[in-house]
Ligand binder design. Structure first.
Ligand SMILES: *[C@@H]1O[C@H](CO)[C@@H](O)[C@H](O)[C@H]1NC(C)=O
Ligand SMILES: *[C@@H]1O[C@H](CO)[C@@H](O)[C@H](O)[C@H]1NC(C)=O
Ligand SMILES: *[C@@H]1O[C@H](CO)[C@@H](O)[C@H](O)[C@H]1NC(C)=O
Ligand SMILES: *[C@@H]1O[C@H](CO)[C@@H](O)[C@H](O)[C@H]1NC(C)=O
Length: 268
């Protein structure tokens, strides 16, 4: 038998990563639906922290606190939706916050919310099929941004005339799809009065070159001669509002905690 091979040399072991050898973030992605935008990256930090710096033309730059997370809700910072933003994800040891060296960082791709956020599902409110007329009423998805009076802005409040909706409909049990387009919140189309139809709706921004089409609404089917009110709609709005509010609250809580932890350092 061949003599056992000497074990391969272990790769040179660097001491546990310390500045300036900290790993920098990779796989940085922007995920954005209806202007709610989350920045994500990898890897999970072991013994260091990340700080996210958002740079924009008008914004200058804004930093968040140290985090051991690998995502950050940046919705609030990207308020000026037509601006193009870049994120720097800095890798820092906590002690480095006290000196003035530039920590190592990774740079994200550019992100322009107005051009890149995905349109969420439109919410269908009610629909009827009477004689040969099918009518569908739906609502614009809401964004996390508010008017000064505290009500949420919808995607239409932001996209205005750039926003359209497309209806896809077909006879129940058949596959031939037809479509219609509107700039309002209502479709009225002619159908065969003795057939049931199924449909879904999707937002579209025709002026975009990428991400033109949004998420599809649920598929619903008519029963001719009846009117359906979607009672679920109210529940869906409440859930949506919660989904928007929650990460912000978490973020604040974390910030508050970090601030508290820092305070003793500032003391005498
Ligand atoms: C980055 O993404 C690639 C492809 O999805 C994956 O193989 C790789 O493990 C990721 N990097 C890290 C550090 O997770
Ligand atoms: C949908 O509901 C609105 C208000 O509740 C009502 O005015 C409208 O006629 C309804 N539309 C259809 C197609 O039933
Ligand atoms: C808040 O202001 C917006 C825009 O001015 C308006 O469209 C909306 O109806 C207002 N909402 C309330 C609840 O007053
Ligand atoms: C955003 O989209 C508009 C219209 O397609 C285009 O003119 C503009 O250059 C885009 N902006 C960026 C930063 O890509």
């Amino acid at each position: 038998a061949a003599p056992p091979q000497p074990p391969p040399l272990p790769p040179p072991q660097s001491p546990p990563p310390r500045s300036p050898g900290l790993p920098t973030a990779v796989n940085i992605t922007w995920s954005s639906i209806n202007f709610k935008t989350i920045l994500r990256w990898q890897p999970k930090p072991s013994d260091y922290f990340y700080t996210v710096e958002i740079l924009g033309e008008m914004l200058g730059n804004t930093k968040n606190d140290l985090t051991t997370e690998t995502e950050c809700d940046v919705t609030d910072v990207l308020r000026n939706v037509r601006e193009t933003y870049t994120a720097h994800i800095l890798s820092v040891t906590s002690s480095r916050m006290d000196n003035f060296e530039q920590p190592p960082y990774a740079v994200s791709e550019n992100f322009t919310p107005y051009n890149q956020t995905i349109l969420g599902k439109p919410e269908i409110q009610n629909y009827t099929q009477k004689d040969s007329k099918m009518s569908i009423v739906f609502k614009d998805p809401l964004t996390p941004y508010m008017f000064p009076n505290g009500s949420f802005q919808s995607v239409r409040d932001i996209f205005k005339n750039d926003l359209e909706y497309k209806l896809y409909y077909w006879k129940d049990q058949s596959s031939g799809k037809k479509d219609a387009t509107t700039k309002s919140n209502k479709f009225e189309i002619n159908v065969e009065s003795t057939k049931n139809y199924c449909f879904y709706i999707q937002g579209i921004i025709p002026s975009r070159s990428k991400s033109r089409t949004g998420q599809e609404s649920m598929v619903l089917c008519t029963k001719y001669g009846t009117e359906v009110f979607i009672i679920l709609a109210a529940v869906a709005v409440a859930v949506l509002a919660l989904a928007i509010a929650l990460p912000v609250i978490l973020c604040k809580r974390k910030r508050a905690k970090l601030a508290r932890e820092k305070q003793p350092l500032n003391g005498p």
